[in-house]
Structure formats: C-alpha cells, structure tokens
Design a protein around this ligand. Structure first.
Ligand SMILES: Nc1ncnc2c1ncn2[C@@H]1O[C@H](COP(=O)(O)OP(=O)(O)OP(=O)(O)O)[C@@H](O)[C@H]1O
Length: 365
C-alpha cells in the first residue's frame, strides 16, 4: 500500500479486521504471489486478466487501464504487482489520499516511463481536480501543466508515453462514472471459499518454512472470513502458539487453542462481532436498532461497527440491515445459544448469494 494511505479497517490489535498495519504489511510482502499462476482463486478475474495481458504482450502495446474492486485483503495490491511483473515492467505506487493536489498527480504522471504501471490504491478518495486531470491522462496520454496564476494562467499540454493505470477501490459505487468509464477492464474480487483459503494457507506455510497439517489449515480457513490476509494472519498466530505453548507442530489442537486465545470463534467472529450480536439480541430483543445506539452500547464508533463488524455479520446472514435499523436473524440467536423469539427474521444459508451480498454491501456502505 502507498505511503500515507489510510486504511479505514486498520484497527490496531483486532485480529480479524480486514486491514493491515505497517508491521503486518512487511510480513505480507513475503507471502505475496508474484505471478498470475501463483494467485489462488478468483478464477474469472484471473482468466480475464490473463487474456488482457497476453493480448497486450502480443501487440507489444500497453494494456487498457484496469480497475480492481472488492473488500480489503482480497488481493488487489497483489494483482497490481502481478500485472507489472507479467508485463515485465515496473510498478509505481500511489493512493487517492496521498494525492492532495492535482499538481501532485501531474508530477507522478509526467515522470512515468513508457509501459509503466501506475497503481492508485483507494482511487475513490482522489480529490476532484486530480480526478479530472487523471481522465485526460488516461484517455489522451496528456497532462496540462498550468503556468502562472489567475487571469494570466495558461495550460501547456505535455504528452505522456503510453502507460497503464491500475486503480483499486473498496467502494466502486463511489467512483464517478467518467472515471469508471476510462477503465477498459474491471475486475471485482469476491470473498474466497474455504478450500481456496486452505490453499492460500498451505502455500504461505511452505513459504514460512512451517509444516501445517491439513486439519489445521482447514480449521484456520474456516475462521478467516473469506479473506487471504486474515488467513495468513491467523496462520502466523497459530505458528506462535505452536512454538511457545505447543510442540512446534501446527496441528488441529494448536489451531483451535491459538484461535481460542485470540478469541476468534468457529465461524471467524471476534469479540466485537459477538458484542454486537449480544447487544442486539439481549439488550434490544433482536432489534431493529439504529447504528449509533448499537455502537454506543458496545463502546465503539458507529463507523467501526458499520465498516468492520457489520459487513461480515451481514454476509454470514447473522444481521440484516433494514430501513428501521439493524435486526438479528434466527442464526444470530442460535449462534449465541439463545432461543429466537417468535417472528425473528430468518437468515438465508450463509453461502447463499455471498458474492452479490458482499458486492452490494461494500459498494453502499
Ligand atoms: N489470491 C491470493 N493468493 C494468495 N495470497 C493472496 C491472494 N490474495 C491475497 N493474498 C495475500 O493476502 C495479503 C493481502 O493482499 P493484498 O494486500 O493484495 O490485498 P488488498 O486487496 O490490496 O487489500 P487492501 O485493500 O487492504 O490494500 C497479501 O499478503 C497476499 O499475500
């Protein structure tokens, strides 16, 4: 991730939050797949991207601009790096929040070399003047450098060599249509299935030089919220437990014990998630209850509840968002070992419509 980029999901010690801090990013770097064939899952996006890249290599021309959307930790940055590696070119990295003024972006664009890939993380957070400058650069490979001030100011067009923008966003719904339209290829990353996460874990264990038993990988995958970043993080915590309290072997006992220490329950919920469910069911009789009231009850900011805990609770069919507030479903009551009162919202099966639910949620939140 780019210098200065803010991660709304970066919440200190929360082990299943989607974001990552600097220490974690260093640990992650070693585990990143370097080529498309190493990238686990996301078959559709991988196939489509592979075509785009192969065609561009065959034509010896820079490929169309690429937009990657999806929740944090699913591999957008990794794919941007892979795109540059597959094209045999270098990657320049920046982010929406790091670009304060249009001039900052003009400086980055005018220093690009032919065929380079420019990765713009959190592209939905670009300021409007920078956004407008980017449209022109993406379409006409040109930046207008403004010289002078006020009435005497004039714009000198500066031609840019062909390059490819890879934009990443967790909120594609916030991107203005003119910017979205400049991308020739858009890939949406969805949450990973448990078997895919198991493959991520086995691959990472190999790179870390630790031997993880299949049952342990299965257990960790089931608690990783469909997210490779979380799977890798939990794997490292299980390795810690095995080294400090176990016999060094990453088996089922080590996985379960470590995840108990870190309060990650069998379906991947942590303390905050359970606090939200408990408040909804025990305090408010299952809801509906407003976000601010709910957040106050669990001692968190509404934004934290909304962007960190809620997406997964909704995706798993434990909480429903209604116009009148948040509602606990029958699954939420059952997960807490409580009897749902008559008339409680029924939940769909957790996997039903996961992709569309996750997409809708991240676009709208
Ligand atoms: N398909 C995958 N196969 C293997 N590992 C993956 C895959 N996707 C992601 N990872 C791992 O998960 C970690 C997080 O991925 P990455 O930083 O690319 O996510 P991101 O979507 O860019 O997140 P953010 O939006 O928070 O920056 C990386 O260390 C990477 O090793």
């Amino acid at each position: 991730m780019a210098e200065g980029a803010l991660d709304p999901q970066d919440l200190g010690g929360r082990i299943v939050g989607g974001g990552a801090d600097d220490v974690e990013r260093a640990a992650e770097a070693a585990l990143r797949p370097k080529r498309l064939e190493e990238f686990v899952g996301q078959r559709v996006v991988r196939d489509q991207l592979s075509l785009v890249l192969q065609a561009s290599l065959a034509r010896a021309a820079a490929p169309d601009h690429v937009l990657l959307s999806g929740p944090p930790g699913l591999g957008k940055t990794t794919l941007a790096m892979i795109i540059a590696a597959e094209l045999g070119t270098s990657l320049r990295v920046t982010s929406g929040p790091a670009i304060q003024h249009a001039g900052d972006l003009a400086a980055v664009l005018s220093s690009l070399e032919e065929g380079e890939v420019l990765f713009i993380d959190e592209i939905h957070r670009l300021a409007r003047p920078a956004e407008e400058l980017l449209y022109v650069a993406m379409e006409d490979f040109r930046v207008d450098v403004v010289v002078g001030k006020g009435a005497g100011a004039s714009a000198i067009p500066l031609a840019l060599p062909p390059f490819t923008v890879v934009g990443a966003t967790t909120r594609s719904g916030l991107l203005p249509a003119p910017l979205r339209d400049r991308f020739g290829f858009t890939g949406h990353l969805d949450f990973y299935s448990a078997p895919e996460l198991e493959r991520v874990i086995l691959r990472s264990a190999g790179l870390l030089g630790v031997d993880v038993q299949h049952e342990a990988a299965h257990e960790i995958a089931g608690r990783s919220r469909g997210t490779p970043r979380i799977a890798n993080r939990l794997l490292r915590r299980v390795r810690d437990w095995a080294q400090v309290r176990g016999d060094g072997i990453l088996d089922l006992r080590a996985a379960r014990s470590a995840l108990e220490v870190y309060e990650v329950d069998p379906i991947g919920l942590d303390r905050l998630d359970r606090a939200v469910l408990t408040a909804l069911c025990r305090r408010f009789g299952g809801g509906p209850v407003g976000l601010s009231t709910l957040a106050m009850t669990v001692g968190e900011e509404p934004d934290t509840v909304e962007t960190v805990a809620e997406p997964y609770l909704v995706r798993e069919g434990l909480v429903a968002r209604t116009p009148r507030g948040r509602v606990a479903t029958t699954s939420a009551w059952q997960h807490l070992g409580l009897e749902p009162p008559a008339g409680t919202w029924a939940a769909g099966s957790p996997d039903e419509g996961t992709a569309s639910r996750s997409r809708a949620l991240f676009d709208e939140v």
